[in-house]
Design a protein around this ligand. Structure first.
Ligand code: CTP
Length: 410
């Protein structure tokens, strides 16, 4: 193929010399499979962890590490100049230090100096190295210059120890990379020192010990909201109902719940000190009026009808108990019907719920639930209406935070 005809976004995947380098292969795979052209630029020492042949086979492109490789091509300048995104994963303490100092002592750091596209660095290191004032100062310098330095996750590190400094899940890194490519600008740290609560997933209302009433929500949109908020600097609590197949967002505290009542208690407890609450969870409006203590058996006759009781509307309760300056965001999944289209129902719901912002999604026909992408409208209490074009759920999440930040007091 004529290289000029290749319209795939170009990603430079920088790989630092940390044990998490092996996870960069999964990131590389995720990027190529979602239609990106990836050139891997490891540091020379990173090849101690993963061999060049692995990166070459997975990317279909040559792997070089030094500025003196490919001299006639002036690779140390060209790779950065032609990139749409430079993603460094894992970014070790040493690599962050060299990037912050503006060094160009290998092909990757030279590329960082010539890149004019968004740069995303995903740190992974031991907790002590992450918390060291030198590393924190380097991260602050890089962020000040517009580099997006992702929040590390907490959890198991190289050895038996656990703490902050773990590489976020590869799927989360790919999601963030896609977001930066679509936004084409850095993520602002405009939620720093803000406390944010996001509910996600779908509640299950027990019928008996083995059955429940549930819904199709996967939790992906709520997780994207939590992830993007954490990377914009917020202190995030995610109240998650039945999202077992999703990796915890890096930097967020996760509270797991089952039923609408458990979600209600958890959200109210967290909302008491929150600046923003986003109700992205699909909360059951009804629960079985009685929960059988043993499994309901077939009796051979007519089945006993299930009696339902209404669950409290948590968002309405939050609106009634709103703290001064608190911003409340709701979601509405609508299909449209004979009485009006999706937007008509969304407008009515915004007024009826009394929240500041309402994200309206059209659902049905395979849209929204369980998919990677989403689209809709963002309706504000001040009357503004913004169409949210189809794109990664992280992009919709980012648009929601763009609308939330101007509503936050100082
Ligand atoms: N919600 C809530 N508590 C409930 C039900 C929903 O807080 N018991 C929240 C959801 O998290 C979401 C919004 O309210 O932010 C959805 O509004 P809702 O009117 O419940 O949507 P539907 O259930 O789709 O309502 P309807 O069936 O009337 O269209």
């Amino acid at each position: 193929m004529n290289p000029g005809a290749d319209r795939r976004p170009r990603v430079v995947l920088g790989v630092g010399a940390g044990i998490a380098a092996y996870k960069s292969c999964e990131v590389l795979r995720g990027l190529t499979e979602s239609g990106h052209r990836v050139r891997v630029v490891p540091t020379p020492a990173a090849l101690n962890f993963v061999g060049a042949a692995t990166f070459e086979a997975l990317s279909g492109q040559p792997v070089r590490t030094e500025v003196f490789d490919d001299v006639p091509d002036v690779a140390h300048v060209r790779i950065g100049q032609t990139a749409d995104l430079v993603l460094v994963t894992p970014a070790t303490a040493d690599l962050l230090a060299r990037a912050a100092a503006g060094r160009a002592d290998d092909l990757l750091t030279a590329t960082l100096l010539t890149a004019r596209c968004p740069v995303l660095m995903v740190p992974a290191m031991h907790t002590e190295m992450w918390e060291h004032p030198a590393t924190q100062a380097n991260v602050a310098t890089l962020r000040e210059r517009g580099t997006v330095v992702a929040e590390p996750a907490s959890g198991r590190l190289t050895g038996p120890d656990t703490g902050k400094g773990r590489l976020p899940d590869p799927a989360e890194i790919v999601e963030l990379a896609r977001l930066l490519l679509v936004r084409a600008t850095a993520l602002p740290r405009d939620l720093a020192s803000r406390r944010v609560v996001v509910s996600a997933g779908g509640t299950r209302e027990p019928v008996d010990p083995v059955r429940f009433l549930g819904n199709r929500s996967s939790g992906r949109q709520g997780y994207a909201l939590a992830r993007v908020a954490a990377h914009r600097g917020a202190d995030v609590t995610l109240v998650a109902a039945h999202t077992a197949d999703l990796a915890d967002p890096a930097g967020a505290r996760v509270v797991r719940v089952e039923s609408a009542e458990e979600l209600r208690k958890a959200v109210h407890a967290e909302a008491a000190s929150a600046d923003v609450v986003v109700m992205a969870a699909a909360v059951a409006d009804f629960r079985p009026a009685e929960q059988a203590m043993s499994k309901i058996k077939k009796t051979g006759g007519e089945p006993t009808p299930l009696r339902l009781a209404a669950n409290p509307d948590i968002l309405a309760e939050l609106v009634a108990a709103r703290r001064d300056g608190q911003v409340l965001v709701g979601f509405a999944a609508e299909t449209g019907d004979a009485s009006g289209d999706v937007l008509h129902h969304g407008r009515a719901k915004l007024v009826h719920k009394g929240c500041d912002l309402l994200v309206v999604n059209a659902v049905g026909d395979g849209r929204a639930f369980g998919t990677e992408d989403n689209a809709g409208w963002l309706l504000a209490a001040n009357g503004s209406e913004t169409e949210l074009p189809r794109g990664p759920k992280a992009l919709l999440a980012s648009a929601v935070w763009d609308a939330v930040t101007p509503l936050l007091g100082s």
